[in-house]
Design a protein around this ligand. Structure first.
Ligand code: G3H
Ligand code: 13P
Ligand code: ZN
Length: 310
């Protein structure tokens, strides 16, 4: 099966009130773990690649690994650029075989964000590729850039409508209180559902995207810390809050930190328990399995995208 865009996935997810998982990938074991989970769950998925992932693994390696995953799994997979910061990186991914790109102009003035998003949309649509944009600004860390809580800006519902109408973008990432990384809330987790419902009601049928949606599963934090890690004060988005968001037009839920924690916890545990091991396959095999189990749990119990292939 060839790569697909997220268009049809989102139409079905919107109507069925579930979400598609968008998982960040950096290497073969992560891709295999995610795809194995999706295959068992018979779920559509989005594999997303950040600028940092492209730098780490090289564009061509990631594209070829995803091509192998398509052939091996026969699943509908969308290959997406995560947080493209300018027109050039979006163009490079469109020309280089991706089926979806994100232009993230959330740090730019409104008019500049519109102008570049529009340019990316024109270039992408002419080539059958879909585009996600972002309005509002999440707190947290991404690609070593840190946005403090004070600098985070929630998405304005009226601006969201104007943005979507003027750019022709296919989906929109909004800021309602999530943030990137493992330290999302200081006190009680809180998402602005009122704002989400307002945006969703002003844009009926339009797919919204939630970044920074890892739950920071306590079992993985505990495992990391049990075997030499030092992760203090981590807090993610509770899973019932993600399910609730999927009822209000959120069709794409982005998860990276939970993958990192699952993989690292498994590797820490293995190496601590087998100090004589130095064959990477010995610790990457259980790490891949840990990713698979975590993604399967997300698909089945949080996203609700199991058995949604037809
Ligand atoms: O939102 C950012 C993702 O977690 C990707 O992180 O830029 O370090 O690859 P990265
Ligand atoms: P997390 O850091 O919560 O996993 O968010 C990932 C993300 O939004 C990728 O774009
Ligand atoms: Zn993100």
């Amino acid at each position: 099966m060839p790569l697909v865009t997220s268009k049809e996935m989102f139409e079905k997810a919107y109507a069925g009130k579930y979400a598609i998982g968008a998982f960040n990938v950096n290497n073969m074991e992560i891709i295999q773990g995610i795809v194995d989970a999706a295959k068992e769950e018979q779920s559509p998925i989005i594999l997303q690649v950040s600028a940092g992932a492209r730098k780490y693994a090289k564009h061509i390696y990631l594209v070829k690994l995803v091509e192998a995953a398509l052939e091996d799994s026969n699943l509908p997979i969308c290959l997406h650029l995560d947080h493209g910061e300018d027109f050039e990186i979006c163009k490079s991914c469109i020309d280089g075989g991706f089926s979806s790109v994100m232009f993230d102009g959330s740090k730019l003035p409104f008019e500049e964000n519109i102008a570049i998003t529009k340019r990316v949309v024109e270039y992408a649509h002419e080539r059958g590729v879909v585009v996600e944009a972002e309005l509002g600004r999440l707190a947290g860390i991404e690609d070593a850039v840190s946005v403090s809580e004070q600098d985070a800006i929630y998405t304005d519902p009226d601006q969201a409508v104007e943005f979507v109408e003027r750019t022709g973008v296919d989906s929109l990432a909004i800021a309602i209180g999530t943030s990137h990384g493992a330290y999302k809330f200081k006190g009680t987790p809180r998402l602005d559902y009122e704002r989400l419902d307002k945006i969703s009601s002003l844009l009926p049928g339009f797919p919204l995207v939630l970044h920074g949606a890892s739950t920071v599963l306590p079992e993985f934090v505990a495992l990391c810390n049990e075997f030499g890690g030092k992760i203090d004060g981590a807090q993610g988005v509770p899973e019932d809050m993600l399910r609730k968001a999927a009822l209000s037009g959120v069709c794409k839920i982005n998860i990276d930190t939970d993958l990192r924690l699952a993989m690292t916890a498994s590797i820490r545990k293995h190496l601590a328990q087998h100090p004589g091991d130095f064959d990477p396959r010995q610790y990457l095999k259980p790490a891949r399995e840990a990713i698979k189990n975590m993604v399967q749990h997300k698909i089945r119990n949080v996203l609700g995208s199991s058995n949604k292939l037809d």
